[in-house]
Design a protein around this ligand. Structure first.
Ligand code: ADP
Ligand code: MG
Length: 222
C-alpha cells in the first residue's frame, strides 16, 4: 500500500493501458458487469481466460477470492463471475465492485516483479526481483535510483539470486534477458515520465524464452 496522502489506485485495466503506451506488453482484456457479458467477452478473447475483480478497495485480489484462472467454457465464465462477486463481498462487504476484468490467459513463465516507488531520501527508485508468490517469501529484490543507465539496469537483473532462473537453471532454456532489460527500461521511462504516478508494480511479469507479458498492474497516482 502507498503511504502517500491523497492517492488513488488505478484499475488493472488503466494500469495496462498506461504501461502499453511504454511498450510493456499486457493481456487483451474486457471489463464486464454481468455473467452473460463475461461469457461473451471470453468467447471473443478466446478460451482459456482469467477473470478478476475490479474494485478500488481490493488491493490483493487473490486474497479476496477475486482471481480465477483457466476458465474454459461459457458456463465456467458465468459461474466464475458469480463466484468472484460472492467471494469479494464476503471478504469485504464495503468493497465497491466495478465489474470483472476478463483477460486472455498468458502461458506459464518465470514470474518476476518490476516496481517503482518514491524513496524519502533518494526519490524515484525502481525495484526488480522474483515475483508472484515467491516475492514475499524470498525477498530477492534489487533496487536502483532513477534515472539509471543501461549498465545499471543490466547489473540489476544479474544481481538477484534468482538470476540463475533467467539464465537457464540446470539445462533449462534461458529466458529472454534482452526483452527483460528492455521492459525494465520501459518501466523506468513510464515512471519517470508520469509525474503523477507515485508507486507501481507489475507483479507478475511473466518471462518466456521469447518475450514476456505483464499479468497484473497496480499503479498509484496522486
Ligand atoms: P493479485 O492482486 O492477487 O496480485 P494477480 O492479478 O497478480 O492478483 O493474479 C494472481 C495470479 O494469477 C498471478 O500472480 C498470476 O500467476 C495469475 N494470473 C493473473 N492474471 C493472469 C493472466 N492474464 N494469465 C495467466 N495468469 C494470470
Ligand atoms: Mg499480482
Amino acid at each position: 500500500m502507498s503511504t502517500h496522502a491523497n492517492t488513488k489506485m488505478l484499475s488493472e485495466a488503466d494500469g495496462y493501458d498506461l504501461l502499453r503506451k511504454f511498450n510493456v506488453p499486457a493481456p487483451v482484456f474486457e471489463i464486464v458487469t454481468s455473467p452473460e457479458a463475461a461469457a461473451k467477452a471470453a468467447g471473443k478473447i478466446g478460451y482459456p481466460v482469467v477473470m478478476k475483480i475490479v474494485s478500488p478497495q481490493i488491493i490483493h485480489k487473490s486474497d479476496a477470492g477475486g482471481v480465477i484462472v483457466n476458465i474454459k467454457t461459457d458456463e465456467e465464465a458465468k459461474a466464475a463471475y458469480n463466484k468472484i462477486v460472492t467471494s469479494v463481498k464476503a471478504y469485504n462487504s464495503a468493497a465497491e465492485i466495478k465489474g470483472i476484468i476478463v483477460e486472455e490467459m498468458a502461458k506459464p513463465g518465470l514470474e518476476l516483479i518490476i516496481g517503482g516507488k518514491i524513496d524519502p531520501a533518494f526519490g524515484r527508485v525502481i525495484t526488480f526481483g522474483l515475483g508472484g508468490t515467491l516475492v514475499e517469501f524470498f525477498k530477492d529484490v534489487g533496487i536502483r535510483i532513477l534515472p539509471c543507465s543501461d549498465d545499471e539496469l543490466r547489473s540489476l537483473i544479474k544481481q538477484i539470486k534468482g538470476y540463475t532462473l533467467i539464465a537457464g537453471y540446470r539445462g533449462e532454456a534461458p529466458k529472454d534477458e534482452e526483452f527483460l532489460f528492455q521492459t525494465l527500461k520501459n518501466a523506468c521511462a513510464f515512471f519517470e515520465k508520469n509525474d503523477n504516478v507515485v508507486e507501481f508494480d507489475i507483479n507478475p511479469l511473466r518471462l518466456y524464452e521469447k518475450g514476456g507479458c505483464a499479468v497484473d498492474a497496480r499503479v498509484i497516482i496522486q
